[in-house]
Write a protein that binds this ligand. Sequence first.
Ligand code: NAP
Length: 293
Amino acid sequence: MVQILSGKEVSRKVYSDLIPRIDSLKKQGISPCLAVILIGENPASKIYVRSKTRKFESLGLHSKTIHLEKSIDETELIGNIQSLNNTKDIHGILIQLPLPKQMDELKILQLVSPDKDVDGFHPENVGLLSIGHPRFISCTPKGIMRIFDHYNIDLDGKHVVLLGRSNIVGRPMSLLTGTKKKGANATITVCHSGTKYIPDFTSSADVVISAMGVPEFLKGKMLKKGSVVIDVGINRVEADNEKGYRLVGDADWNSIQENVSAATPVPGGVGPMTIAMLVENTVEAAERNMVNS
Ligand code: NAP
């Protein structure tokens, strides 16, 4: 029987652990607040922002969405970010990606105060993670580490194969899984579009973490018996239903069953953990802010 690694279940535990921390902040007159900057009309981005802000509301936390026109000029955007950096009651700032093509993503992300960078994308926070002293860890990789911890999957000495090396998933994931710490300490292989033949690596992996964005790429025959699959991919494929599409991961769920011992489903796997870690990072930012002020 394949074990389902349910991000939904783990996220419920995260939220219940956060309640006393939120209550303690509120007793001191602080209500953790996230500001989200959404630029343009990308439908998927709008859905992601809505689900993040709804989660904050459901927990009695504040969130504020600043929706800007795609054509906004850079000076105005910089002004918006600086104003949020200087607003005491805003504890976390998230810039919803992807940005419109004309914008320089690195330049914009660097404008967010590293102390409010709850997405963990600021180079200062990436640097701290890479030297083993993380402040804010980006939400998806942090959430995946929490799944391993919850289900007692110890990576020590294991071969972890990452499919994808993006700054938001693959790269920080390689730092977290490969670090010399309890629960991690794995040997890492990172595959990407320049990798000649991916099954050469996945077939010897104890754990495969796929973040490519290629629907149902990973098949059972590419995996070792008893391996674990973490499927980060969220891909829309055409379907004969009301919406006209369904969501699938990077793994072919039916096909991987023949070899995996445990796997995250799509939806209900990594996705809920990304939001849970965003809430956790925002609470952490509010706590840090209180200590430092
Ligand atoms: P990304 O920035 O597009 O990066 C994709 C990575 O996969 C790149 O490193 C790319 O290689 C590699 N890749 C793409 N196609 C490949 C192929 N055919 N063979 C080998 N490598 C390939 O994507 P991302 O932002 O990391 O997101 C990846 C997926 O995860 C997407 O489906 C996204 O929607 C999903 N996602 C989900 C969550 C969640 O909460 N569940 C969070 C973030 C992202 P190169 O570097 O060589 O280009």
